[in-house]
Ligand binder design. Structure first.
Ligand code: GAL
Length: 669
C-alpha cells in the first residue's frame, strides 16, 4: 500500500488519549462503558506504548493492545493508533547511551522522563522503525483503526540536540543547503570574529560558547532541527503507508512557547492536521491565544477541517499555578476550536492518572469520578458535538489575515538584539488580539502566501523577510489590499543579513518610509503619541518619504518622529506602526483600518463583554458560532435554527452569559 488517505469521520469526532496500561483490565470495561455514555468515538491508544509492547530488544508482546483494540472496536469506538515511539524503553538507552540527547553545554540527558532520544540518532531510528513495522504489520488493517498517530508531540522536549550524531547530521544538512564551505561562510557572515571555516568537519552545532554565537548558525540550526524531527515523522509515516491504508498524522503543538518546529514545512505531509492546545495562564490574554492557535491550525490545514487532538478539561500540571477551568469553560473552549474549523475535539486524557508525573493533570474522568461537574460537562459536550454533526466538513472563510513565520520567530528571539523585551510571539499575539477583540475572523498565513482572498493583512514584527515574500505583499497592496506592518519587520533576509538602506528593507517602497534608527524603550515605561494614545517597548527614528504621518511620537527617544504612517501604494495602502500601542489603542487602530477596508464581524453582535463569533460555511448551510465569554447576556443579529438548544431564531439570537450558541443559516449566500 502506498499513497495518502484522507481522514473521514461521521460528524465531529469526540475523543481522548487513553492509557489503559496504567490500569488493571477490570477498569477497562468501566472505561468503555463510560466512553459510550459520554459519546466518545475516537480514542488514541499506544501513545507511550513502547516499553509495554517490547519488553526487550527481541521480545514483543501485543496481548494487551490486541485486547484493548478488540474491546474498543466491539463498542463502536474508533482508534487513533499511536506508533508508540514517543518514549523509548530503558533497555535501549542502557545498551546505546548515545541515543540520549545532549544539551548545548554537552550534558547528556538521562532517561527517566520522556522523549529522551536524539532526533538524528541512527540507532534510535532503526529501533523505533522496527517497532513501527511490527505495530503497522499487526494493526494496519484492523477494523478499529481509523487514524495513525505518529509518535507524540514530536520535538516537544528533544528538538534541539547538540550531540556528535546531531553535529554530523547538521553538516550533511548544511552541505545540501550550501554546496560549499565558501557559500556557508558567506551565508553565516563568518568574516565577523574570525569565524571562517575551511573544512566541513570544523562546523559544529551552536554549542554553548563564551560569548554570543553566530546568528546565522543559530538560525540554520533551528531549521536543521525542525527538519531532523520531521524526518522521524516521515520515516514512520513511510512505514505506515507501506503497510496500512489508514490516514496518518501527528499532533502538532501550535500553542504558546513551543517554537522549534516550522510546521509550515510539515503540514503538507499530514493526512489531517491535528493540534494540541493548552491554555497558558502565564499569557496576558489566554483566550485570544487559544483562538490564534485554532486559526493557525486551520491555516496549516490550508482551510480544511482539522482535529483538536489534545486539550484539557481543567487544570494542567506543568504551569507554576495550574488553574481549574471555570464552570462552562470546557464547553466554551472546545466549541471555540470547532468554530474555528476543528472537526474533532479530543482531550488529554480519558481517566486521571493515580501515579506518574501527570497525576494532577485534569482528565475527562477526574479522580472524583462521575459524581463531578467535570464529568457532567464532558457528557454535555458529547451531546452537543453530536447535535453539531452536520457542521463537519464546513469551512471558515476570512477576509483578514495575519502573517506568521517560525523562521521570523527564531531570527527575532536570538541572542543579541536591540531589546530582549521585544519578542516575536508577543507581537504576533498583540496584533491578533487586536483583530480578535473586534470579533473579526482571521486566517493565519505564511510569508509569501497568496493574499488575494483578503482585504486586510497584518504583518506583525516580521523580522526575517525574503525579497520574494516582500514582493507578494507589495504587489497585493498595489492591487488594492490594505497592509498593516508593525515595527521590527523586514530587518534581515533569510541568512539573517540586515537589509541595508533603511529598515523595513524590501517593504520600504510599499510603506513609503525611511527608518534610520531603532529607539527601544525600557519595559514598563509608557511613551505618548500626539493622537492621545500611549505605547510601550519600542520607537523608531524615521521619516515619511511618500507616506502620510498619522501620529507622531510626542515624547520618548524618538520624539517628533512619525509613529504611525499610511502610504498609498498603487490601488491599496500600507500602514506602519513604529511602536507597540497599548492593547486598546491597537485594537481601535487596527479595527478602524479593517472597517475602512470593508472587513466586518460575520454578524453584528451587541455585547458588553468579550465574545467570539465565527461562521463556518458548508455546501447547503452555514453555521454561526457565538461564544459569550462575558458576564452578561449578548444579542447577535443572526437568524436560523439554533443547534445546541433547538429553537428557531426568528428575531435576534440571545446568548446567555458564558454560553455558546450555533445557528444554522439556510442557503446563506
Ligand atoms: C501534551 C502531551 C500529553 C500530556 C499533555 C499534558 O504535551 O502530548 O502526553 O503530557 O501534554 O498537558
Amino acid at each position: 500500500m502506498t499513497g495518502r488517505t484522507p481522514f473521514t469521520h461521521e460528524g465531529i469526532a469526540f475523543g481522548c488519549d487513553y492509557n489503559p496500561e496504567q490500569w488493571a483490565p477490570e477498569v477497562w470495561d468501566e472505561d468503555i462503558r463510560l466512553m459510550r455514555e459520554a459519546g466518545v468515538d475516537l480514542v488514541a491508544v499506544n501513545i507511550f506504548g513502547w516499553s509495554h509492547l517490547q519488553p526487550g530488544p527481541d521480545a514483543f508482546d501485543f496481548a494487551a493492545l490486541d485486547d484493548i483494540l478488540e474491546r474498543l472496536h466491539a463498542a463502536g469506538i474508533r482508534v487513533n493508533l499511536g506508533t508508540g515511539t514517543a518514549s523509548a524503553p530503558a533497555w535501549l538507552s542502557r545498551a546505546h547511551p548515545e541515543v540520549l540527547p545532549m544539551t548545548e553545554d554537552g550534558t547528556r540527558r538521562y532517561p527517566g522522563g520522556r522523549q529522551a532520544w536524539c532526533p538524528s540518532s541512527p540507532i534510535f531510528r532503526t529501533a523505533s522503525l522496527r517497532l513501527v513495522e511490527a505495530v503497522a504489520a499487526r494493526y494496519g488493517s484492523h477494523p478499529a483503526v481509523a487514524l495513525w498517530h505518529v509518535s507524540n508531540e514530536l520535538g516537544c522536549h528533544n528538538a534541539l540536540c547538540y550531540c556528535d550524531e546531531s553535529a554530523a547530521a547538521f553538516r550533511i544538512w548544511l552541505r545540501e543547503r550550501y554546496g560549499s564551505v565558501a557559500e556557508l561562510n558567506r551565508a553565516w557572515g563568518t568574516a565577523f570574529w574570525s569565524q571562517s571555516y575551511y573544512d566541513w568537519e570544523e562546523i559544529l552545532p551552536p554549542r554553548a560558547a563564551l560569548s554570543a554565537r553566530n546568528p546565522g548558525q543559530l538560525l540554520d540550526f533551528h531549521r536543521f532541527s525542525s527538519d531532523a524531527v520531521f524526518a522521524q515523522y516521515r520515516a514512520e509515516a513511510d512505514v505506515l503507508r507501506r503497510l496500512s491504508d489508514r490516514p496518518v498524522t501527528t499532533n502538532f503543538m501550535v500553542t504558546a512557547h513551543i517554537e522549534n518546529m516550522d510546521y509550515w514545512t510539515w503540514a503538507d505531509e499530514m493526512d489531517v492536521v491535528a493540534n494540541d492546545h493548552y491554555l497558558d495562564h502565564r499569557l496576558g490574554d489566554p483566550l485570544s491565544e487559544l483562538a490564534f492557535a485554532a486559526d493557525l491550525s486551520r491555516g496549516l490545514a490550508q482551510g480544511a477541517p482539522w482535529i483538536l487532538m489534545e486539550h484539557s478539561t481543567g487544570a494542567v500540571n506543568w504551569q507554576p499555578l495550574n488553574l481549574a477551568k471555570e464552570p462552562g469553560q470546557l464547553l466554551r473552549n472546545s466549541l471555540t476550536h470547532v468554530a474555528r474549523g476543528a472537526d474533532g475535539v479530543c482531550f488529554f486524557q480519558w481517566r486521571a492518572s493515580l501515579q506518574g508525573a501527570e497525576k494532577f493533570h485534569s482528565a475527562m474522568l477526574p479522580h472524583a469520578g462521575t459524581d463531578s461537574a467535570v464529568w457532567r460537562e464532558v457528557v454535555e459536550l458529547g451531546g452537543i458535538l453530536d447535535r453539531l454533526g452536520e457542521v463537519a466538513g464546513s469551512r471558515v472563510l476570512a477576509d483578514a489575515a495575519v502573517v506568521f513565520s517560525w523562521e521570523a520567530w527564531w531570527a527575532t528571539d536570538t541572542e543579541c538584539r536591540p531589546s530582549q523585551a521585544v519578542g516575536y510571539l508577543t507581537q504576533v499575539h498583540a496584533a491578533y488580539a487586536a483583530l480578535h477583540a473586534q470579533g473579526l475572523t482571521v486566517d493565519i498565513v505564511r510569508p509569501g502566501a497568496d493574499l488575494s482572498a483578503y482585504r486586510v493583512v497584518v504583518v506583525p514584527g516580521l523580522h526575517l523577510l525574503r525579497a520574494d515574500e516582500a514582493d507578494v505583499l507589495t504587489d497585493w497592496v498595489a492591487a488594492g489590499g490594505t497592509a498593516v506592518v508593525t515595527y521590527y519587520s523586514g530587518i534581515v533576509d533569510e541568512n539573517d543579513r540586515v537589509w541595508a538602506g533603511g529598515y523595513t528593507g524590501p517593504l520600504r517602497d510599499a510603506l513609503g518610509i525611511h527608518v534610520e534608527e531603532f529607539a527601544p524603550v525600557a519595559p514598563g515605561v509608557a511613551i505618548a503619541l500626539d493622537d492621545g494614545t500611549r505605547s510601550h517597548l519600542w520607537s523608531e527614528r524615521l521619516r515619511a518619504t511618500t507616506a502620510e504621518t498619522v501620529a507622531t511620537f510626542a515624547d520618548g527617544p524618538a520624539a517628533g518622529s512619525p509613529a504611525i504612517t499610511r502610504n498609498a501604494h498603487g490601488r491599496g495602502s500600507a500602514w506602519y506602526l513604529a511602536t507597540q500601542l497599548e492593547p486598546a489603542a491597537l485594537a481601535d487602530r487596527i479595527g478602524a483600518i479593517a472597517r475602512e477596508a470593508g472587513v466586518r464581524p460575520p454578524v453584528d453582535v451587541d455585547a458588553p463583554g468579550a465574545f467570539e463569533v465565527v461562521r463556518r460555511r458548508g455546501a447547503d448551510a452555514s453555521y454561526v458560532f457565538v461564544v459569550n465569554h462575558g458576564d452578561t447576556d449578548l444579542v447577535a443579529d443572526v437568524r436560523g435554527t439554533e443547534l445546541i438548544t433547538g429553537p428557531a431564531v426568528e428575531d435576534r439570537l440571545r446568548v446567555p452569559s458564558g454560553a455558546v450558541r450555533v445557528v444554522r443559516e439556510e442557503n446563506h449566500s
